[in-house]
Design a protein around this ligand. Structure first.
Ligand code: SF4
Length: 431
C-alpha cells in the first residue's frame, strides 16, 4: 500500500507533542519515520496497486529486526503498511514491540479489519497511536470500482468510528486517480461532516511506475489538470476548518495556494530521509532525494529548487502540463520552518541565510547522487541496484516453500479477479 504512502512529518497529536522539544527528536531534531511492509497480500484488489502480492513473508522475528533497525538509526516512528497490514496475524505483537522500543507507531490500512470492534480494541491496547484509513471516494460505486471489491466504503467509515471510540488518532489517505479526480472536495466535506474528529488528510497522486498502476495507466492515471480544481477546493475547505493536510507527488504549480503542504517540498526544505523496508526483492531502500522530472518551463519557475517536480517514473504524466509559478520561495521555506507543530527547525535555522547555507550543500550532494544513480540505472534498469539499497540493512522477510505456494495460489485468484474486473495484472518477475 505504498501507493498510499503518507507524509509522516509532524502531523498527529502524539507527533506534535513529541516534536515539541527538539531534544526529544533524534538526528539533531529530524522526525524521520520508516516504513515496514508487514505483508504484501490484500483483501481488496485495486487496479492501481503499486505494491502487489509477492512470495515474501514476515514472522515476528523478521519484523522485530526491522523495528530494531529503526531504533538503532534513531528514527522517531514506524508506519506499518502492506499489502493490507491488518491481515498479518502478529500485527498487535509487532505493534506492541515497536511501541515498547519508544517508536511512534502508525498503520496505513483499508480499514476492513479495523471495522471490527474487537480488532480495533486489540490494536489500541497494543499501542497503535495513529491510523491512516485509506478512502478514495465517498461515492460507494466509485470506491467499489477502484477497490475491485463491494462494500468497502461502509467498513472504512466503521474503521474511522472505531478509531475514535478506542482512542486511536485517525487520518484519511487518498490516492488521486482518474475516477476520483473531479470530487476530492466532495470527499473531504463528506468525511469531515461524518467524522468531525479527523484533523488531517493526505493525498498521494497515483504513482504509475510500479505494479498494477504501471500496466493500467489508461484506466487510472489522471492528467494533472483533471484534479487541479477539486484539490484546490478540498485544500481551501480543510484550511478554513482548521485542519491540516499533505499532498504527495503533485508538482507545486498544481497546488500553488498551498505549496508548503507538499510532502516532497517539506522534505527538500528540511533535509529529511525515508527508509522503506520493502517486502520484495528491493528490500531496504533509503530515500534522501526528492527530485523527479522537470520540464524546460521549470527553469523559469521561482519554486524550482524546492519542488519535487513531476513524479513520472512510469512516464504516466506529461511534462507539457507543467507551467512556472512566480511565488516568493522564501515565504514557502519560512512557512515550513516555522510550522508550530515542530519548533526544532526554527531553532536550527534562526535565519534564512543559515538555512540557505545548509541547503546549498545538500543540493550539491543531491546532484552528485543523481549523476551516480543515472549511471547505475543504465546497468541495472529500474530495480534499485545493490549500490542504492541501504548497506548493512537486515534482510526483509523470507521466501519459504509455503510462502511461495500461497503466493502462486493468490496470484491465480487475483488473475481471475482481474479478468472479471477488466484490469491487467502486474508484470511478473519483479519480486
Ligand atoms: S514549473 Fe516545474 S518547478 Fe515550477 S512548480 Fe511546476 S513542476 Fe515545480
Amino acid at each position: 500500500m505504498i501507493a498510499e504512502a503518507v507524509d509522516p512529518d509532524g502531523e498527529g497529536r502524539a507527533a506534535r507533542s513529541a516534536a515539541s522539544s527538539a531534544d526529544a527528536l533524534p538526528f539533531g531534531g529530524l522526525a524521520n519515520i520508516g516504513y515496514i511492509q508487514v505483508v504484501r497480500h490484500c483483501n481488496h484488489f485495486c487496479g492501481f496497486c503499486s505494491n502487489p502480492t509477492t512470495p515474501y513473508t514476515h514472522d515476528f522475528a523478521s519484523m522485530k529486526v526491522l523495528v530494531d533497525d529503526f531504533v538503532a538509526r534513531g528514527y522517531f516512528g514506524v508506519i506499518l503498511t502492506g499489502g493490507e497490514p491488518s491481515l498479518h496475524p502478529e500485527l498487535p505483537e509487532i505493534c506492541a514491540y515497536a511501541r515498547a522500543q519508544g517508536l511512534h507507531v502508525r498503520m496505513i490500512t483499508n480499514g476492513h479489519r479495523l471495522a471490527d470492534a474487537g480488532f480495533a480494541r486489540a490494536m489500541a491496547d497494543a499501542g497503535l497511536q495513529l491510523v491512516h484509513v485509506s478512502i478514495y471516494s465517498v461515492r460507494a460505486d466509485v470506491e467499489a470500482r477502484l477497490r475491485g471489491t463491494e462494500g468497502t466504503l461502509d467498513r472504512a467509515h466503521a474503521a474511522l468510528e472505531n478509531a475514535g471510540r478506542f482512542g486511536i488518532e485517525a487520518n484519511v489517505n487518498c490516492v488521486i486517480n482518474r475516477l476520483n479526480a473531479d470530487h476530492l472536495d466532495e470527499n473531504v466535506k463528506t468525511l469531515v461532516a461524518r467524522h468531525p474528529h479527523i484533523r488531517h488528510f493526505v493525498w498521494n497522486n497515483l504513482d504509475p511506475s510500479m505494479g498494477r498502476a504501471e500496466v493500467n495507466q489508461d484506466q487510472f492515471t489522471p492528467r494533472l489538470a483533471d484534479f487541479e480544481l477539486s484539490l484546490a477546493r478540498a485544500m481551501r475547505f480543510l484550511h478554513k476548518s482548521g485542519r491540516t493536510f499533505r499532498v504527495e507527488k503533485v508538482p507545486l504549480c498544481y497546488m500553488s495556494d498551498f505549496p508548503w503542504a507538499s510532502t516532497e517540498t517539506r522534505k527538500i526544505v528540511k533535509g529529511e530521509e525515508r527508509i522503506v523496508h520493502f517486502l520484495d526483492a528491493k528490500q531496504t531502500v533509503r530515500q534522501t532525494d526528492w527530485e523527479h522530472v522537470y520540464a524546460d518551463a521549470c527553469d523559469a519557475c521561482s519554486l524550482r529548487m524546492i519542488c519535487g517536480g513531476l513524479f513520472d517514473r512510469g512516464a504516466g504524466y506529461d511534462p507539457a502540463e507543467l507551467a512556472p509559478v512566480f511565488i516568493d520561495r522564501d515565504r514557502v521555506v519560512r512557512a515550513i520552518l516555522d510550522d508550530p507543530s515542530d519548533p526544532s527547525y526554527r531553532e536550527r535555522y534562526p535565519s534564512l541565510v543559515a538555512w540557505q547555507r545548509d541547503f546549498d550543500v545538500r543540493i550539491e550532494e543531491t546532484r552528485a547522487r543523481a549523476k551516480e544513480r543515472a549511471a547505475l540505472r543504465t546497468t541495472h534498469g529500474e530495480m534499485p541496484p545493490p549500490e542504492l539499497r541501504e548497506p548493512g540493512a537486515p534482510p526483509v522477510g523470507q521466501v519459504t516453500e509455503r510462502g511461495q505456494r500461497l503466493f502462486e495460489a493468490k496470484r491465480r485468484k487475483e488473475a481471475a479477479k482481474a479478468e472479471a474486473l477488466g484490469v491487467r495484472m502486474e508484470k511478473p518477475g519483479r519480486d
